[in-house]
Design a protein around this ligand. Structure first.
Ligand SMILES: C[S@@+](CC[C@H](N)C(=O)[O-])C[C@H]1O[C@@H](n2cnc3c(N)ncnc32)[C@H](O)[C@@H]1O
Length: 333
């Protein structure tokens, strides 16, 4: 008989069930319906057009995992769900939950992905074409995550005197917006795939920055990123790519910068031995599943590519907790 407690194994084994309780409840709109006032399972089921029996079972499981309270037969949001999972609230994270749910099926094929070195999601260009609504949610979830974990970035990069920034794969423009807000002299170009234009222009206009931030439809895998930029931002781009493409992106960034220009890289932090912190090590698998040949890379490895591309004086700084991000800044001599 072993003395070891298998408890941690069982916890790991069943963790996905709790995740699915959260994701299904978010998908059904349960937290929206329970906002401000409690409901019985039958009342909620009728609003959702769902089975009353199964709604009650799901609600009970939500109570069990701490997503809801139950008083008598009435279910209520907890402070956590009321704050973060009710649509329209300032801290809303429902789009992030829906984005994670996109990975739920692909995670089920992890063994196959490892066997074959094969991404389990279509490339972003195809996802944008096939299902623009889901792709839009994905990009808006990245915006929400950038606001959650990326807001210290402007404090970590000195852009005084810099006038022209290229935000490579800038999505809806969140980092350009943050940097433009902090640096009034700065103009930015958000380079992303053509269908992203509509979402980015809406976000930029919503932040009152259409006069300083423009969108350029293009492909960052093309031969050149342009020229004459003071700053190139690669925010969450390297981890979407295989090593050779990362090196190529850094080389093209170097070419696109003026002398003395800056490259800024924003990535998930990963130890040099790639085993921690858990969020970084596991994120690497998310990239394996999402983009062919991709992975998370330790800052030390990225620093080496930056130097090989001709940049000098790379500085690596993790963003303050709870952000899991690290920023790497280097100059073109
Ligand atoms: C992980 S997201 C990063 C978005 C943003 N920079 C951020 O940090 O939140 C990657 C972005 O690259 C864009 N993208 C993917 N392939 C691209 C390509 N070949 N050319 C231009 N943009 C691309 C995607 O549409 C997406 O907006």
């Amino acid at each position: 008989m072993t003395e070891l407690d298998p408890g941690p194994l069982f916890e790991m084994l069943t963790a996905y069930e709790g995740s699915m309780v959260l994701m299904a409840s978010n998908e059904l709109g349960i937290f929206d319906e329970l906002s401000e006032a409690g409901l019985s399972a039958a009342e909620l089921a009728s609003r959702l057009g769902a089975s009353s029996r199964c709604t009650e079972m799901l609600l009970n499981a939500c109570v069990a995992v701490g997503l809801l309270h139950k008083t008598g037969q009435t279910f209520h949001n907890t402070p956590l769900t009321e704050d973060f999972l009710v649509r329209g609230k300032p801290n809303y994270l429902g789009r992030v939950v829906a984005k994670e749910q996109e990975f739920y099926g692909p995670w089920g094929r992890l063994a196959q992905a490892v066997r074959e070195d094969k991404a389990q999601l279509a490339p972003m260009s195809e996802r944008l074409r096939r299902d623009p609504a889901t792709a839009r949610n994905f990009l808006l979830a990245l915006h929400d995550l950038a606001l959650l974990f990326g807001t210290p970035l402007p404090d970590y990069v000195d852009l005084s005197g810099r006038k022209k920034l290229l935000d490579v794969g800038g999505g809806v423009g969140t980092y350009s917006i943050m940097l433009a807000q902090r640096n009034p002299q700065l103009r930015a170009v958000v380079l992303d795939l053509p269908p992203v234009r509509e979402f980015a222009e809406e976000m930029i206009a919503g932040n009152g920055l259409s006069d300083r931030i423009s969108f350029e439809a293009g492909d960052y895998q093309a031969a050149s990123l342009g020229e004459g930029y003071d700053v190139i931002l690669l925010a969450n781009i390297l981890h979407d790519n295989p090593v050779a493409s990362c090196r190529e992106l850094l080389r093209k960034s170097h070419d696109a910068l003026v002398e003395g220009g800056l490259v800024i890289i924003n990535e998930f932090f990963l130890d040099a031995n790639k085993t921690g912190p858990p969020v970084g090590a596991i994120f690497s698998l998310v990239m394996l599943l999402e983009n062919q040949g991709a992975a998370a890379y330790p800052a030390e490895e990225i620093k080496g590519w930056v130097l090989d591309a001709g940049f000098v004086d790379p500085v690596v700084r993790p963003l303050p907790e709870p952000s899991p991000m690290v920023v790497i800044v280097a100059h073109k001599p």
